[in-house]
Every structure is written in structure tokens, then in C-alpha cells.
Design a protein around this ligand. Structure first.
Ligand code: XMP
Length: 315
């Protein structure tokens, strides 16, 4: 049985011994990076610099709330809005692995710049066990190049610190609860962000559709959970498909995009089963998306695939 109190104590002691210099962390505001930052902050205080990069592929209002969180945690932080750069880098790119590699590279470049300027010696990463296992870290195939694995330490000539490397998500959440972090129950969000929830080219316009649809899915599901109509899924979001279909808007023919709703139950993200969410909830989501996204989206589908054979994200 995992003991979060003990882990925190031991981890802070180890981190104090392990780190002897200025340290950088990429702060996404997710459970993993927030727990990491809180632990390392306990160990070394202001020697830690948290950096949040707004890639332009964040969810609605997300980067602003991440900045607030960094401030509230008393972190020494920097906020970088690099959305234009990321959009430019992904222009014309459709292949999922290329998208992941390009985003990973850009992150590395931006971090290198901060690391050089700040004379960084250590880099903290919120890698958890499923990340490196699925990125081919064991005797397995690379399923996807998870964005927070590999690349950084070799390029940056810094020592890598991974306090959560052997943990699974439920264990990280336990630590977050013990530390009283407001992100303990947040659903996971992938490093490449909405770019991998826009199938095909992730232009700013297409990303805006996925962002709004994700927001609607999150809001409606959270409302239903609050009302006791359903259990909270592990993850729930929307995906913009590269498929246009014929519909009718008012009394006119429409030819618009398709959005897939995805909601899954999982323990550790290694496997998942699709959530059997109540039809009235799907109904509300569908109506809201098509009402709010007007002529641009006119078809909503629900993903009923488990992992395996699917994965949680579509790319
Ligand atoms: P998949 O889609 O591989 O996702 O079944 C498993 C879990 O990992 C999340 N995910 C990522 N997390 N960087 C991350 O930190 C990534 O590049 C990444 N890709 C997927 C996904 O949302 C799910 O929770």
C-alpha cells in the first residue's frame, strides 16, 4: 500500500541531497508537474525556477489559471507565451508523431534558452511510470513519443531529476491531496495539448473548435458528476476529426466538421475502458456544441473504444 506521507518525507530528503544548484521545471499545471514543483520547492526553495510555456494548444483559460497557481504556490516562476511560434512550427503538419516531435523540440529549445540565461544545473521532470514505459523505455515498442520523455537532458547538459518516475497516477494524486494542492483531482492533459486532439493540421482556427468543444465536454460532464448523474471519468474531452459531413442548419444545407466525444475510465492510463455516460449527458453536450459552434460543426459522435485496441488520445 502506497504511503504518501512517507513518500513526501523521503522524497524531500533525497531531493535535498540530490540537487546542488539552480533547477528548472516545466510547469504545466497538471497533477504531475505541480506535485514535482511542490516537492522540489520544499527541498530547495527559490533555487527552483518554474517555467510555464503557453503553446497555444492549452485549454480554455488554462494558461492564466496556471500562472495563478504558480503564484499561489509561492514559486519562483516565468511565464512564456510562445503560441505564435508553435502554430508556425505545426503549419502544414498532419502526422501525429511529427506533431509530437516538433512540439517536443520547440519545448526543448525554449527551455534551453531559459536554462542558459539562468545557469541551470538541474532539470526536474514530472515523468511517471506509464510515460516512459509507453515511450519504449522497457522492452516494449514505442506506442507514442510522449512529450515529456527524453530529449531534454542530453541536449541541455543538465542533470535530470525525476521524483515521480516509479509512481502511477493514483499515487501522485494521493501526494497532491496530502499536500493540499488544488490540482489533485484534475484529469490528465497531454503535453502536446490540443494539437493531438485536432486530427490533421492543428491550425489556430481548427484548434479553437477543439478548445471550445473540450470546454463544453468538461463543463457538462462535471455538472452531471456534481448532480450525481454519473461517476467522474478518468478523462473526458473532445476531438476534432478531419471529416466533414452534410447536415442542415436552419433550413439550409450545411457541410461542417465532426467532433468526437471521448470519456474513459482507467486506473493508470495503461489500459482504459470507455465510459458509459448517460445519454442525456451526451445529448446536452451534442446540443451545446452544435449550438455554439454554429455552422462549423454539425456532427457529434461518441467514441466507444477501449485501450487496447485504441489509446486514450486519438494521436
Ligand atoms: P494514450 O493516448 O497514450 O495516453 O493512451 C495515456 C495517457 O497519457 C496522456 N498522454 C500524455 N501525457 N505527455 C503527457 O504528459 C504526452 O505526450 C502524452 N500523450 C498522452 C493521455 O492524455 C492519457 O492520460
Amino acid at each position: 500500500m502506497f504511503n504518501a506521507d512517507r513518500f513526501i518525507k523521503e522524497s524531500v530528503t533525497t531531493l535535498k541531497q540530490e540537487i546542488a544548484g539552480k533547477t528548472l521545471i516545466a510547469f504545466s499545471g497538471g497533477v504531475d508537474s505541480t506535485v514535482c514543483a511542490a516537492l522540489v520547492n520544499k527541498a530547495i526553495g527559490d533555487q527552483l525556477i518554474a517555467v510555464h510555456i503557453d503553446t497555444g494548444y492549452m485549454r480554455k483559460g488554462e494558461s492564466a489559471s496556471v500562472e495563478k497557481l504558480m503564484r499561489n504556490l509561492g514559486l519562483n516562476y516565468q511565464f512564456i507565451d510562445a503560441s505564435k511560434e508553435f502554430y508556425a512550427a505545426l503549419k502544414g503538419v498532419e502526422d501525429p508523431e511529427k506533431k509530437r516531435k516538433i512540439i517536443g523540440e520547440k519545448f526543448i529549445r525554449l527551455f534551453e534558452q531559459v536554462a542558459k540565461k539562468e545557469n541551470i544545473d538541474y532539470l526536474v521532470q514530472g515523468t511517471i511510470a506509464p510515460d516512459w514505459i509507453e515511450s519504449g523505455g522497457e522492452l516494449r515498442d514505442t506506442i507514442k513519443s510522449h512529450h515529456n520523455v527524453g530529449g531534454l537532458p542530453e541536449r541541455m547538459d543538465v542533470k535530470l531529476v525525476e521524483p515521480l518516475r516509479d509512481l502511477y497516477k493514483d499515487e501522485v494524486r494521493k501526494i497532491a491531496r496530502v499536500l493540499g494542492l488544488p490540482v489533485a483531482e484534475r484529469q490528465p492533459f497531454p503535453g502536446p495539448g490540443l494539437s493531438i486532439r485536432v486530427i490533421g493540421e492543428a491550425t489556430p482556427e481548427r484548434t479553437a473548435l477543439a478548445r471550445e468543444a473540450c470546454h463544453i465536454v468538461e463543463t457538462e460532464i462535471e455538472k452531471a458528476v456534481e448532480k450525481g448523474e454519473m461517476e467522474k471519468p478518468w478523462q473526458y474531452f473532445a476531438v476534432l476529426l478531419p471529416v466533414k459531413t452534410v447536415g442542415v442548419h436552419g433550413d439550409k444545407r450545411a457541410y461542417g466538421h465532426t467532433i468526437a466525444i471521448r470519456a474513459v475510465h482507467s486506473i493508470d492510463a495503461m489500459t482504459c475502458s470507455y465510459s458509459t455516460i448517460p445519454h442525456q449527458v451526451i445529448d446536452k453536450i451534442s446540443t451545446k456544441i452544435t449550438n455554439e459552434l454554429g455552422t462549423r460543426v454539425n456532427r457529434i459522435v461518441y467514441d466507444v473504444t477501449n485501450k487496447p485496441p485504441g489509446t486514450v488520445e486519438w494521436e
